[in-house]
Write a protein that binds this ligand. Structure first.
Ligand code: ADP
Ligand code: TRP
Length: 323
């Protein structure tokens, strides 16, 4: 099965990105044809500092490679290295109903958050649909917040096929329930732009401070702690299996538990979980040529697939005037 997903290099990657998308993608590469990319064209909708974008794109590449994305097994590239996606965006724009985009929550949410309202931001889902259709993607693993974007991509694929004849694979979203939303330290969805994220590769002090700031309630120490809606319990649970969760639950229900101690313990768990990857990432950050060469080769592989779909789309809409 061809599995594809992308992530914006618009800030440092965090636990939400890890559990919602990155880890799942890396797990998929064992038994699937994995296409994974860094969507820097999309990041342009909110990042206006060119040096920041360069740095984040390079670091996101190192993050994925360090976490286990294997460029020999999978296709891993930077979106703008296959600029054909922007041509496909135009071709599919003409079967994208205005209403479809006007109903998009993510556009409205981003404007409320202060991202400038631009044509790029408005047509963000069309570029994302082009990303998906250009590679014949069958399955797209994303967090719950991307559900509507996937529906738009499906709608565009169906309309294009109906208008011009079979051209694209209609993709299926792949959204897992228990990892669908990782909460941030304030209880909202963890996000690069809310200041509530625990970054995967933050320095020791920064990470400890963030974990210590996880919002907790004021249940006295000598009373059982609530489980339902308990942010500390929820974040900790992402690092535990079923048995581990049961044990943690019992500890929360036993009077005497101090949230401060659990936070210190959780910091240790997160720090250790990423320790081997941190080492590998440090190495990659300093082997710039290797990383750049890996991304270049990835784009070459991606382009071969892209080329076939784009040619078919150009022909089906009638751009091949010589025929
Ligand atoms: P952010 O909100 O931090 O900017 P993105 O929109 O770039 O994150 O999301 C990249 C990927 O990570 C998407 O698949 C998205 O669904 C997933 N993701 C982001 N935040 C979370 C979260 N808090 N919980 C689960 N998945 C998330
Ligand atoms: N919109 C996605 C996000 O913010 C990123 C993205 C762009 C994407 N193109 C994609 C995800 C194609 C999956 C498939 O997370």
């Amino acid at each position: 099965m061809r599995v594809l997903s992308g992530i914006q290099p618009s800030g440092s990657l965090h636990l939400g990105n890890y559990f919602g998308m990155m880890k799942r993608m890396i797990d998929y590469q064992e038994n699937n044809e994995l296409f994974c990319f860094l969507v820097n064209y999309h990041a342009l909708t909110s990042v206006f500092d060119s040096n920041f974008l360069r740095k984040q794109t390079f670091e996101a590449a190192c993050d994925f490679l360090a976490l286990g994305l294997d460029p020999d097994k999978s296709v891993f590239w930077v979106q703008s290295d296959v600029p054909e996606v922007t041509e496909l965006t135009w071709l599919i724009s003409n079967v994208t109903g205005m209403g479809l985009l006007e109903r998009n929550h993510s556009y409205k949410d981003k404007i409320i958050k202060g991202i400038p309202a631009s044509h790029g931001l408005f047509s963000y889902p069309v570029l994302m649909a082009a990303d998906i259709l250009l590679y014949g993607s069958e399955k797209v693993p994303v967090g719950k917040d991307q559900k509507q974007h996937l529906e738009i991509a499906r709608d565009i694929a169906i309309r294009f096929n109906n208008t011009y004849g079979e051209t694209f694979v209609v993709p299926e979203p792949d959204i897992e329930d228990d990892t669908s939303v990782v909460p941030g330290i304030d209880g909202q969805k963890m996000s690069k732009s809310y200041g509530n994220a625990i970054e995967i590769f933050a320095g020791e002090k920064t990470m400890r401070d963030k974990v210590m700031r996880i919002k907790t309630d004021s249940t006295p120490v000598n009373e059982p702690k609530p489980i339902e809606g308990n942010l500390l319990f929820d974040i900790y649970s992402f690092f535990l299996d079923e048995k581990g969760k049961e044990t943690l639950k019992e500890r929360f229900l036993t009077p005497g538990l101090k949230y401060g101690n659990i936070k210190k313990e959780l910091f240790g768990v997160i720090w250790e979980h990423f320790a081997p990857y941190r080492k590998k990432r440090e190495y990659l950050i300093h082997d710039r040529q290797f990383v750049l060469e890996t991304m270049r080769k990835g784009a070459e592989k991606a382009r071969q697939v892209a080329f076939a779909y784009l040619e078919r789309a150009r022909r089906n809409v009638g751009l091949d005037y010589w025929n």
